[in-house]
Design a protein around this ligand. Structure first.
Ligand code: IPM
Ligand code: MG
Length: 373
């Protein structure tokens, strides 16, 4: 196993760069500890790339990603484009392009809860115990990539949703294999009462389930799943779903953990995989060093697992647990006594490299807390 890995880094827009910085420091920390060698190649994506090159993802950046072992991405999106839906070139196109070009058909989005953050979830604490869900979201098909049309006056519009059995099989296989290492329960979320594509999903996934006899497959309509995630989230193990439902349900599920800022994702396909937090650019707070770096740092842990750098992944996860348990958290989790994005990154790195007493000396760390309040 090679200890050298090429990582394409695309900080992107909004809070993207400020969550990528601590993630790079964490990569440096595990590299130092375990003798890995990470070669970073930085590139632009999203509104940042539109500003610089007139396109949300240049061919050169895409080539760097294709030639890497993994891609680390911050966020894309800018309010300027949200305000004008008619703009033909949009930051999100960069993300969709990279997903499509790298063939990243499966987005893996784990959701866990932390007892010290139960109070931040709008869901009652007793429902948050034992929540451990992984959403498998199909990422390169469906309504995201179907033909988009509108008439000359923009008075009518349509988005087509197409799935093939091949596409469904590809993601379903990943989900079944992953479920085998967990509680083996897979819930296919769809709208098979309404949508033809959903009926195809049910047919294909049911047939595939025969190859995974130990898996327990069940079906749930997306509207019910949205409700069940709030009223009884612990019932889920692996959720398998299409691109749009997966997008919506993963944001919804994030409130179980306490903040959208805590959730990482790994998007895998045929070539290099891509790792990113699931939160967006959140431009209104960009540049203040207040974003939550944990989603991105946990995305790095997923990257380490992908490289089979298991010790590094375990170290990162332990450091994150430690930071959260000891309330070294960002403003979204504690609007009064919060720590800055960069400080949380430093604390996590110090924990990993052993510079921090693992039994925590909060008195010393206190000094690095926010002084805004
Ligand atoms: C996500 C994001 C993206 C999506 C946006 C930024 C294009 O919301 O990764 O969930 O809709 O897929
Ligand atoms: Mg989303």
């Amino acid at each position: 196993m090679s200890l050298t890995k090429k990582i394409a880094v695309l900080p992107g827009d909004g809070v993207g760069p400020e969550v990528i910085n601590p993630a790079i420091r964490v990569l440096d920390a595990v590299a130092q500890k375990y003798g890995y060698h990470f070669e970073f190649k930085f590139g632009s994506i999203g509104a940042d790339a539109i500003e610089k090159f007139g396109t949300p993802l240049t061919d050169a950046t895409l080539a760097d990603c294709i030639n890497s072992d993994a891609v680390l991405l911050g966020a894309v999106g800018h309010p300027k484009y949200d305000k004008d839906p008619t703009l033909p070139v949009r930051p999100e196109m960069g993300l969709l392009k990279i997903r499509k070009e790298l063939g990243l058909f499966a987005s893996i989005r784990p959701v866990i809860t932390y007892s010290s953050l139960y109070h931040l979830s709008p869901v009652k604490s007793n429902l948050l115990e034992h929540v451990d869900i992984v959403i498998f979201r199909e990422l390169t098909g469906g309504i995201y990539f179907g033909e988009k049309k509108h008439d000359a006056e923009f008075e009518s519009a349509s988005d087509q949703s197409i799935y093939t059995a091949k596409e469904i099989t590809a993601i379903a296989r990943v989900a079944f294999e992953y479920a085998a290492k967990r509680k083996r329960k897979i819930t296919l979320v769809d709208k098979a009462n309404i949508l033809e594509t959903s009926r195809l999903w049910r047919k294909v996934v049911t047939a595939l389930a025969a190859s995974y006899p130990s898996a327990e497959l069940n079906f749930m309509y997306a509207d019910n799943a949205a409700m069940q995630l709030i009223v009884n989230p612990a019932q889920f193990d692996v959720i398998l779903t299409d691109n749009l439902f997966g997008d919506i349900l993963s944001d919804e599920a994030s409130v179980l953990s306490g903040s959208l800022g805590l959730l990482p994702s790994a998007s895998i396909g045929t070539g290099p995989a891509l790792f990113e937090p699931i939160h967006g650019a959140y431009s209104q707070t960009a540049g203040r060093d207040t974003a939550n770096p944990i989603g991105t740092i946990l995305a790095v842990a997923m990257m380490m697992e992908y490289f089979e750098f298991i010790e590094a992944a375990a170290d990162i996860r332990e450091a994150v647990q430690w930071a959260i348990q000891n309330s070294f958290v960002s403003k979204d989790l504690d609007p009064v006594n919060f720590y800055f994005t960069s400080t949380i990154g430093e604390l996590i790195c110090d924990y990993i490299t052993g510079k921090t007493d693992h039994a925590v000396n909060k008195g010393n760390i206190q000094i690095r807390k926010s002084t805004i309040i």
